[in-house]
Write a protein that binds this ligand. Structure first.
Ligand code: GDP
Ligand code: K
Length: 277
């Protein structure tokens, strides 16, 4: 059997590459994704029992609604749209503790994929220095997944992450959110089409349907599969209807995500007046 495939994802500068290097050491292959100047980094990490784990260090991204070729590659690998890259079995989301709420936007989109997720809260030292306390236990409870605190630049938390990654029984995240009523029929129709015409598994089809609605002007990169004509037609029909009605479908979806993330971040952080210097 092949080694399980893990994707490392996170906003630019969250410390993802530092963590990837600490996990995979010299066992790395670096090149480009075919047809685009986006760096492709794949490495091998080993569990405590010496079992290999394939790790893909995906390009830094703020959102899966891609605005750049880097983000488009990250989106397409996670959705299994690239023939040249194995779809990851598990996702390790890395966030910057000192910028938690903003970084959770990408995490929230990734939870849509219905894959096992491990959340890494990096830059814990930076957060602590500004008097920000992150309650790891609250995040674990709210999301139902392992949450690991790290300071990647010092190698802190790397063993804990490796242990979490080697767990055979990683739970699926608790992730139920209400898609705004004005767009839920469109999501359902797009999902059905992506399942029937494009052969996507249900949760991936749903995640992709949600992304099709926030990708205002989808960035397509070479190597990714195009939409079927039927799906593209459903999308165009809904967009036309909403434009006529004046419904801002994209803002609705983004707003709904931020509402949940705001609550999550507020629950999981505590700002103290005294700062450590
Ligand atoms: P990437 O863009 O997510 O791959 O980020 P990098 O791994 O390149 O890290 C960005 C910068 O943050 C580098 O200078 C790292 O040394 C630094 N860095 C990474 N992790 C930590 C951390 O936990 N604490 C601190 N203070 N710096 C870190
Ligand atoms: K960097």
């Amino acid at each position: 059997p092949r080694a399980p495939v893990y994707a490392f994802v996170g906003n630019p500068n969250c410390g993802k590459s530092t963590l990837f290097n600490a996990m995979t050491g010299l066992k790395q292959k670096v090149g480009n994704y075919p047809g685009v100047t986006v760096e492709r980094k794949i490495g091998t990490a080993y569990s405590q029992h010496g079992q290999p784990m394939t790790v893909i260090d995906l390009p830094g991204a703020y959102s899966l609604a891609a605005r750049s070729p880097d983000e488009a590659v990250t989106r397409d690998v996670l959705l299994g749209r690239r023939a040249d890259t194995q779809m990851p079995d598990r996702v390790v989301c890395i966030v910057d503790a000192s910028n938690l709420e903003r970084n959770l936007y990408l995490v929230h989109q990734i939870l849509d994929l219905g894959r096992p997720v491990i959340l890494v809260i990096n830059m814990m030292d930076v957060a602590a220095a500004s008097g920000l306390k992150i309650r790891i236990g609250r995040l674990e409870k709210q999301l139902g997944i392992p949450v690991i605190a790290t300071q990647a630049s010092r190698g802190q938390g790397v063993i804990e992450l490796k242990l979490a990654m080697s767990r055979p029984d990683l739970p699926l995240p608790k992730h139920r959110w209400d898609i705004p009523a004005a767009i839920s029929s469109a999501v359902a129709e797009l999902q059905a089409s992506l399942q029937d015409s494009d052969g996507k598994p249900p949760l991936i089809a749903r995640a992709e349907a949600l992304l099709l609605l926030t990708d205002q002007d989808p960035v397509r990169v070479s190597g990714s599969q195009p939409l079927s004509q039927r799906t593209a037609q459903i999308l165009a029909t809904w967009k036309k209807r909403w434009e006529d009605e004046g419904t801002d479908w994209s803002a609705m979806l983004v707003g709904a995500r931020y509402e949940i993330i705001g609550e999550l971040a507020a629950d999981a952080t505590e700002q103290s007046a005294t700062t450590v210097t």
